[in-house]
Design a protein around this ligand. Structure first.
Ligand code: GLU
Length: 303
């Protein structure tokens, strides 16, 4: 099932052992793809005598459920993964993210965006063309980027809901060219413009994935961020936020995504490959390790 080109990165000479993390969102039960991500981070810390942290990314109060959080922890323990220190729950740190937003506001790189999805779609249709992001999605066309501040303030006072977006062009003018290191891709020049003016605080939640993950990796002392290659491009934005907020830049490893036998990426909605279902079908933890290309006897370095 697994593609074999991932390897476990070791710290360079003189570098301390890795601090890694697994950061699931409790919007469903873990499946084999998550198990791979979790084991990858766990093993990268374990083989170097480092630390492995668990963070619950539960800012989306509509979709996250306590029973999924509970289930995630049970499933991780079942496959033999334990974590160091307390679990960090993002929903308990909203003030920390707000302080980061205040700082970004102070340096003038965020702006309120009142657009609905529909408005954005219509604007893009009318323009007849729109820049697209790395996964083919149309980028935000910048409708609210140049709103008169007095108008924005008036709309906010009138209770109109708004998100906060990063003015990426303005931010890059402050930071200049940035780079980050991926263990497989090498030194990468950050290209946050490729994702457009991303949302840093949603209309319904006063933060976003990009902001919370960047702040937390710093605060938790993560030195090696391991995650699926579907998040490779998100790192461009995270690197920019680190520069703007004065946060440390960890190393990254964007690992392969495991696929089913027809080559399809595993999805949360496919119940058959959840760890829970596999356990109910009398599969053992060793079976799980084998199914994702590991076995309990595998030398972790050969992952
Ligand atoms: N919470 C994210 C997810 O479940 C993972 C974020 C990350 O590893 O940076 O996809």
């Amino acid at each position: 099932m697994i593609k074999g080109s991932d390897f476990l990165p070791l710290p360079g000479p003189g570098e301390p052992p890795h601090v890694t993390r697994f950061a699931p969102s409790p919007t469903g039960y873990l499946h084999l793809g998550h198990a791979y991500s979790a084991l990858f981070a766990f093993e990268a810390a374990r083989i170097t005598g480092g630390r492995f942290l668990l963070r619950i990314e539960d800012i989306d109060r509509q979709r996250c459920r306590p029973e999924f959080e509970q289930g995630i922890m049970e499933d991780l323990r079942w496959i033999g993964i334990t974590w160091d220190g307390p679990v960090r729950r993002q929903s308990e740190h909203i003030d920390t993210y707000r302080a980061a937003l205040d700082e970004l506001q102070r340096i003038g790189v965020i702006y309120p965006c009142f657009c609905s999805r529909k408005q954005i779609r219509i604007e893009i249709e009318q323009a007849g063309r729109a820049p697209h992001g790395p996964s083919g999605e149309a980028l935000y066309p910048g409708i609210c980027r140049h709103l008169d501040p007095a108008e924005s303030a008036w709309r906010i006072r009138n209770g109109e809901p708004y998100a906060l977006r990063l003015d990426v062009g303005k931010a890059l003018a402050l930071t200049g060219v940035l780079t980050w290191e991926d263990c497989r891709a090498g030194v990468v020049e950050a290209d946050p413009l490729s994702l457009g003016d991303v949302v840093l605080a949603r209309k319904d939640v006063p933060t976003s994935y990009h902001l919370a993950v960047t702040v937390d990796d710093h605060l938790q002392g993560v030195t090696l961020v391991t995650r699926g290659e579907d998040l490779f491009h998100a790192t461009h934005v995270h690197r920019l936020l680190q520069a703007l907020l004065g946060l440390r830049t960890p190393r990254y490893y964007h690992h392969n995504l495991i696929a089913d036998s027809s080559g399809q990426r595993l999805a949360k909605r496919n119940r058959a490959i959840t760890l829970r279902h596999l356990r109910d079908c009398r599969r053992t933890p060793d079976d799980i390790w084998r199914m994702i290309g590991l076995s309990a006897e595998t030398n972790p370095k050969a992952l």
